[in-house]
Design a protein around this ligand. Structure first.
Ligand code: BES
Ligand code: ZN
Ligand code: ZN
Length: 501
């Protein structure tokens, strides 16, 4: 899919379809719609009355017989103008692209709307179009007559041309990173083992000009990463700690700021000896979605080149039951030096992450830490599949993450992390145990991680509920969502901008 910019009359754009967004309060006289009413006398006015009223989710396809060059006018309901935000613009652009792709059409024009700066609008439209048409059927034979959208043309004012071109590039960089993360998460565990995940990170790094280091079993044993290693010890697949580094050109690394992202990369979570029930166990192939988001975000950062140093870590392992598995009651020696009593082998994400977090802080010199993890089923009980759970230390840093998520159009919700919750994590034999009681499961999991983040400002995103979509939506295919990529890329750009201000 390539993007083009059209600065003349939208009615003169030749395309298979031209998408126009319609607000609830619109009429044919609304300045954005009036030219099409003039081109299609009677047709638009009856469509707006009978086919749709601009409510979110409504669509209508008008077949054009003259008056404008596009073959179809695609009306997409945008809801109330007052509620129209970046998420809505992305959703509508995705919806338009999906409709056109499903019909097997190849050229689409989009007239962006809303009160956004032209760069932001263009980035959002490009993001929506590219993430909208993503197809998760990685191993299904394509239909012989399958056609993909060749071009999406944004219709904008001549004064916005430059900003639109730049915006489209930014949006495409982000969307390609998101789709890359979705593919990693969609890959089944027989294909995407920890070693394969490391290979894909390595290949991306070579292509995009990042450095990539990978530690295997022996190196991690020598370094003393007893927690991450324990999670992988029941599997025939070797665990890997992946580190991707981006350094801005020209400077000494962009001042003393160093942002580190740490992703949970459990390529399959059977639960281990505390084995999960069979229902939907197959979905546990996406237990590496946090790691995938980190790898995807590093690709976007390599392309967007913000003036700040960023590292991405992935703690990759497969959690299996076997004769060599770690077991409930085992005591592990973490990289940080703390001892951990294992109560439940299914609470493995925190064990994998704690060594990566401590490594990022102690050896990686991180000044700010953000981890992304499909950590707990409990976060789905609390927040469903709409919002990721956000927890952390350092109120100012959490606030920044919230702002980044809002600007990026990803929904998060903060949960508390009071001292008192820590009582539940006390062990009778070790410094800490890996399980609390039956309540506040997302918070006790985060509490465990907090012990390994030390004094470094740290934010934790529990993405178990939002990393996977159970059914197709008008704007997105079911399966992995790539959640988190937009937020952490936005966070990097925001922090880089603040630093330079
Ligand atoms: N990977 C799961 C969490 C999860 C559940 C992710 C559903 C996505 C969808 C995690 O490792 C896990 O098994 N958590 C347990 C924790 C429990 C043992 C404390 C859970 O949520 O049941
Ligand atoms: Zn688990
Ligand atoms: Zn897990």
């Amino acid at each position: 899919m390539k993007f083009e910019v059209w600065t003349r009359d939208a009615r003169a754009l030749a395309a298979d379809a031209l998408a126009v967004f319609v607000f609830e309060e619109d009429s044919c006289a609304t300045p954005e719609l009036a030219p099409f009413d003039e081109a299609l006398p009677g047709l638009l006015s009856s469509a707006l009355g009978e086919e749709m009223r601009g409510k979110a989710g409504e669509t209508a396809t008008l077949y054009v017989t003259g008056g404008m060059e596009a073959k179809r006018l695609l009306l997409i309901g945008a809801g109330a103008a007052a509620d129209f935000d970046i998420r809505a613009l992305r959703r509508l652009s995705a919806q338009a692209a999906r409709i056109v792709a499903k019909k097997g059409l190849t050229t689409l024009g989009i007239v962006p709307r809303g009160d956004f700066n032209p760069l932001e609008a263009a980035a959002t439209v490009a993001d929506g179009a590219l993430t909208g048409v993503y197809d998760p059927a990685l191993y299904r034979k394509p239909k012989e007559d399958a056609k993909a959208i060749e071009s999406v043309t944004l219709c904008v004012a001549p004064t916005d041309e430059e900003a639109t071109r730049r915006g489209v590039q930014r949006g495409a960089a982000l969307a390609e990173a998101i789709n890359f993360a979705r593919t990693l998460a969609q890959e089944p565990s027989n294909k995407l083992t920890p070693v394969e995940m490391a290979r894909r990170a390595q290949a991306m790094a070579e292509r995009e000009g990042l450095t990539c280091e990978v530690f295997g079993r022996d190196q991690m044993a020598a370094m003393g990463m007893g927690a991450l290693l324990a999670v992988g010890q029941g599997s025939a697949q070797e665990p890997q700690l992946i580190r991707l580094s981006y350094r801005p050109a020209g400077s000494g690394g962009g001042g003393d700021l160093r942002i580190a992202f740490v992703g949970k990369g459990i390529t399959f979570d059977t639960g281990g000896i505390c084995i999960k029930p069979r229902d939907a166990m197959w979905e546990m192939k996406y237990d590496m979605a946090g790691g995938a988001a980190v790898i995807g975000a590093m690709q976007a950062i390599a392309r967007l080149k913000p003036p700040v140093a960023v590292d991405g870590y992935v703690a990759a392992a497969e959690n299996m039951p076997s004769a060599t598995s770690y077991k409930p009651g085992d005591v592990l020696h973490s990289y940080d030096g703390k001892t951990i009593e294992v109560i439940d082998t299914d609470a493995e994400g925190r064990l994998a992450l704690c060594d990566a977090l401590a490594y990022a802080r102690k050896d990686g010199g991180a000044t700010h830490l953000v981890d992304l993890a499909t950590l707990t089923g409990a976060v789905m009980v609390a927040l469903g599949q709409e919002r990721a759970g956000l927890m952390g230390t350092d109120a100012a840093f959490i606030e920044r993450v919230k702002q980044a998520a809002a600007a990026a159009g990803e929904k998060v919700w903060q949960l508390p992390l009071d001292e008192e919750y820590g009582e539940l994590m006390k062990s009778d034999i070790a410094d800490i145990k890996n399980l609390g009681n039956r309540y506040a499961g997302s918070i006790t999991a985060a509490w465990f991680l907090r012990e390994f983040a030390g004094d470094t400002p740290w934010a934790h995103l529990d993405i178990a509920g939002v990393a996977w979509l159970d059914g197709d939506k008008p704007d997105m295919a079911k399966g992995p969502t790539g959640f988190g990529v937009r937020t952490i890329v936005q966070l990097v750009e925001q922090m880089a901008a603040e630093k330079n201000a």
